[in-house]
Write a protein that binds this ligand. Sequence first.
Ligand SMILES: C[S@@+](CC[C@H](N)C(=O)[O-])C[C@H]1O[C@@H](n2cnc3c(N)ncnc32)[C@H](O)[C@@H]1O
Length: 199
Amino acid sequence: MDRRAYFDDLAARWDSFTDGAKVQGTLAGVVRGYGLRTDEHVVDLGCGTGNLTHVLCAALGDAARITAVDLAPAMITMAQRRLPDPRVRWLVADAASLPLPGRSVDRVICFSAWPHFPAPERVAKELGRVLRPGGQLHVLHIDGRDKINAIHTGVGGAIRHDLLPPAADMGHLLERAGYVVIEQIDTQDTYRVSGRWTA
Ligand SMILES: C[S@@+](CC[C@H](N)C(=O)[O-])C[C@H]1O[C@@H](n2cnc3c(N)ncnc32)[C@H](O)[C@@H]1O
């Protein structure tokens, strides 16, 4: 089973694995810390059933645009049903090849999805293509790296090798792709690496 089929199969059960209200509460705090302008175009990359999308809708104003992207159509269907907000454009797409114009995005937030990208360098460059100069990319997890990696290894199947690298390695990957690293946190409880697109 490939990752797309894996996540399609998981979509109907995904929300039963987490406490949605708690996740969204934590995300709201993180998003506040990112300092979004209310009129930004933000990409929620690997949106799943829309936990972060929901938080972004609450944080952003009427002039904002949110593009919620996921590889798995069933995830997008679930999220769309849950969140009928006209500011959100739902896209079934691969993070490595986005159907978005260059320099059209202010910010990309990739919440709990980065380890699933088989070619992360390609994704970092693709995000650089769609970001405006000065735009920001946030790779975000609200659990620690060891816990996340143990879950993926334990679950096995299509995601058994989907491991989050140490934040320092992620920072180097972003630098090689053309970002300046502005945040690098890798603790027992959280993982946050952010870069500013400079090219
Ligand atoms: C662990 S889930 C997290 C979903 C959501 N961000 C959340 O935390 O509730 C990872 C998501 O990334 C998506 N994904 C995996 N590989 C992807 C890719 N190459 N491009 C876009 N999305 C991808 C999956 O379909 C899945 O919905």
